[in-house]
Design a protein around this ligand. Structure first.
Ligand SMILES: Cc1cc2nc3c(=O)[nH]c(=O)nc-3n(C[C@H](O)[C@H](O)[C@H](O)COP(=O)(O)OP(=O)(O)OC[C@H]3O[C@@H](n4cnc5c(N)ncnc54)[C@H](O)[C@@H]3O)c2cc1C
Length: 386
């Protein structure tokens, strides 16, 4: 603590999902001590990142390609248990085993330049542009570097349509979906072309009076496994956008939809017959410009999420194209700020790699600006952990 009451640490990690925990693991591996050298802050009530909020019918068998966190496998999980419980319990064990001491619930409201006039004077005066000041619900931190791992769950994307406020039924986002029972006997329009839309539609269709699926673009179903080569191709597409300073597009636009046995059956049964996006909502449903209408009790927007980075706004990281340009995980506009689980690393495997890359980079930054040594033994230990 310094004279302003601001706690000084080397690194603040914001978010304790897959990306934040991977970063915290690597910070420990290279010799940073939790609560002395770094803190992990998360505003959710429990371990699990966004997984803790996912609907109970999203069982563990329905998540595809969940990679374990570095240093501890996820074994023996019951495939029929909700993924929120399986992953919540796994993350809880992980935090305990590696002593990561996540502070929760702690909200990060804003991150700004700490080198301004008092009381935000750079306490150490060692970094040319001063420390980053992280304003949180448990007080302020002054950090030499920030690892932002806040995911997207906190920013569900709601599209706007004419007539939305006149619709007499229920409108909800897929993040509020709790299972098919809420929709028994109702007429539902599902909006969106991603995996959530497909999974929720397939669950709802057997109990609903009617379902209609609308998407902006025709969906692309992908046969065969999502292997490493496909993964690399998808990541390369996102990387290219981020390099140009554009916001990342939806996951499905680069991965396509996985064709499974259940999807095949649903298509044969007509559940996945898709219509183009409607033009407007009416008081009793939706309508298209060609005069077609569909009556509905519920509009379910499975329209995805945006990066939850509003608290970084004071740092002015965005490019004119609306995205944040990055070199690896480091933002081009501020080398102290790393985004992990963002854009090309927004997957469980990407989050693991990004956490490790960010720590390597930050360690070099701190070593270059302070007397903190880069110890070869811990460097080696860090590089051995995937
Ligand atoms: C329905 C669904 C299914 C998915 N299935 C898969 C899958 O099968 N395989 C896969 O690889 N990926 C999947 N993904 C993508 C998956 O979410 C990511 O791969 C990964 O889990 C995201 O981890 P994260 O750490 O980046 O974010 P999150 O898990 O979202 O963690 C972010 C954390 O940051 C915290 N936070 C946010 N803002 C703040 C703030 N201002 N202050 C403090 N704390 C904050 C949140 O509380 C949260 O705990 C899925 C996504 C969805 C929506």
């Amino acid at each position: 603590m310094n004279y302003t009451g601001v706690r000084e640490v080397e690194v603040v990690v914001v978010g304790a999902g897959q990306a934040g925990l991977a970063a915290a693991f690597h910070l420990r591996r290279v010799g940073f001590e939790p609560d002395r050298d770094f803190v992990v802050l998360d505003h959710s009530p429990r371990p699990g990142g966004a997984w803790q909020f996912r609907w109970p019918t999203l069982t563990f068998e329905k998540v595809h390609g969940m990679h374990a966190l570095p240093g501890m496998e996820l074994t023996g999980a019951d495939p029929l248990r909700p993924s929120s419980e399986v992953i919540g319990a796994y993350f809880e064990r992980y935090e305990r085993t590696f002593g990561l001491r996540v502070h929760r619930p702690v909200n990060v409201m804003a991150v700004r330049e700490g080198g301004g006039p008092p009381p935000w004077t750079d306490p150490a005066g060692t970094l040319g542009r001063g420390r980053l000041l992280v304003a949180t619900s448990e007080g302020d931190y002054a950090a030499r570097a920030l690892i932002n791992a806040t995911g997207t769950w906190d920013r569900p994307f709601w599209p706007r349509f004419p007539g939305q406020e006149m619709f007499g039924g229920r409108q909800l986002h897929s993040s509020e979906y709790r299972g098919p029972e809420d929709f028994r006997g109702a007429r539902i329009v599902v909006v969106g072309g991603g995996t959530s839309a497909v999974q929720q539609l397939m669950e709802i269709a057997p109990v609903a009076a009617a379902t209609t699926w609308v998407t902006r673009r025709p969906p692309v179903f992908r046969e065969g496994p999502f292997d490493a080569e496909r993964g690399r191709a998808a990541v390369a597409l996102v990387e290219e956008r981020v390099r140009q300073g554009l916001p990342p597009r939806s996951v499905v636009s680069v991965t396509g939809l996985q064709m499974t046995e259940a999807v095949r059956r649903a298509r044969e049964g007509g559940v996945l017959e898709r219509l183009p996006l409607f033009a407007r909502l009416t008081p009793t449903g939706v309508s298209w410009d060609d005069g077609r209408t569909v009556e509905a009790d519920v509009i379910l927007y499975a329209t995805g999420f945006r990066a939850a980075v509003d608290h970084l706004a004071p740092l002015h990281l965005r490019e004119p194209g609306g995205g944040i340009q990055m070199d690896g995980t480091r933002t081009l506009r501020d080398p102290r700020v790393h985004l992990v689980g963002y854009g090309p690393s927004a997957s469980t495997i990407g989050a693991n790699r990004a956490g490790r890359a960010a720590v390597g980079d930050i360690r070099r930054l701190i070593a270059a600006t302070t007397s903190r040594p880069v110890d070869a033994a811990t460097e080696l230990a860090g590089s051995l952990a995937s």
